[in-house]
Write a protein that binds this ligand. Structure first.
Ligand SMILES: C[S@@+](CC[C@H](N)C(=O)[O-])C[C@H]1O[C@@H](n2cnc3c(N)ncnc32)[C@H](O)[C@@H]1O
Length: 258
């Protein structure tokens, strides 16, 4: 898979979805009620004692896929315990461990649904020093906005876990929406394009890079989140609409020039 080339994301959505701030505010105010899946609870109960006994920093690697980034982070942060989480047994089953190395670091891979895992970790008062979310599924169709993590009911739990957050994607709009979602919770974030020289740390990153796609990262310190008031909420919606209008008119101009 890592050797395949991939096409850039196309979407019927040009700017950040204007519903993102109101979705974030709604989920902030109304707790996520969906029952926790049994398999996620069982997986969490296996990893929770390991985390409880560990005395160093904790790092979460959400949507870790085959766990390549989890292993890389473990080498990069040798004092930390990295918990990689993915729902796909198939992907996790492809993890390649580089055993026998002193520099291997400490990590565990967990098969669980993050819709459950983030809630369980938050309820258990985990305090990760870092949270990574590398190349989540983009769900580029406009009607699927609610499937993107920042517009989903579990988002407040992920943000309340805290720590230094890093999101990477080949779809800059995903980051723009995350920026908007975090702004709705009074959390600043910054976006930047990753260098072409970047040494890839996940199979998807490697694949997109090999295809010549631009890659983006967003960073934020998830500290003291709290939802903005109604006036600011409306202002954020208008900002999203204005950005979408601007992008639409520049797309039309480009089309006319051709
Ligand atoms: C595009 S892949 C990226 C994987 C890896 N980060 C990489 O860059 O190679 C997205 C991953 O998110 C995982 N995923 C999607 N929804 C999930 C959920 N609800 N809970 C846990 N993992 C999920 C998928 O199984 C998949 O491995």
């Amino acid at each position: 898979m890592s050797e395949q080339l991939s096409r850039a994301i196309t979407s019927n959505q040009l700017g950040p979805h204007p519903d993102v701030p109101s979705l974030v505010a709604r989920y902030w105010q109304h707790p996520f009620q969906k029952p926790i899946a049994e398999h996620s609870a069982a997986a969490f109960s296996e990893v929770a004692p390991i985390v409880a006994e560990f005395t160093g920093p904790l790092i979460l690697d959400a949507c870790c896929g085959v766990g390549e980034s989890t292993a890389t982070l473990a080498r990069r942060y040798p004092d930390a315990l990295i918990v990689g989480v993915d729902k796909s047994a198939h992907r996790l089953g492809k993890h390649v461990a580089h055993s026998g190395s002193q520099e291997q670091g400490q990590y565990v891979l967990v098969r669980a649904d993050l819709n459950d895992f983030w809630r369980l970790a938050h309820n258990e008062s985990w305090q990760p020093s870092h949270q990574f979310l590398l190349y989540p599924n983009p769900w580029p169709k406009k009607k699927h906005v609610g499937r993107r993590w920042h517009a989903s009911p579990v988002f407040p739990h992920m943000v309340k876990l805290g720590g230094q957050f890093e999101l990477r994607s080949n779809w800059s709009l995903y980051l723009q929406e995350m920026n908007l979602a975090l702004a709705t919770l009074n959390v600043d974030s910054s976006m930047a394009q990753l260098s072409n020289e970047l040494s890839p740390i996940t199979p998807f990153e490697r694949k997109y890079q090999a295809s010549g796609q631009a890659l983006w990262r967003l960073r934020a310190h998830l500290e003291q989140p709290n939802v903005v008031d109604q006036t600011q909420l409306l202002a954020l919606r208008k900002l999203a609409e204005a950005t979408a209008d601007m992008l639409k008119s520049s797309a039309r101009k480009n089309e006319a020039r051709r």
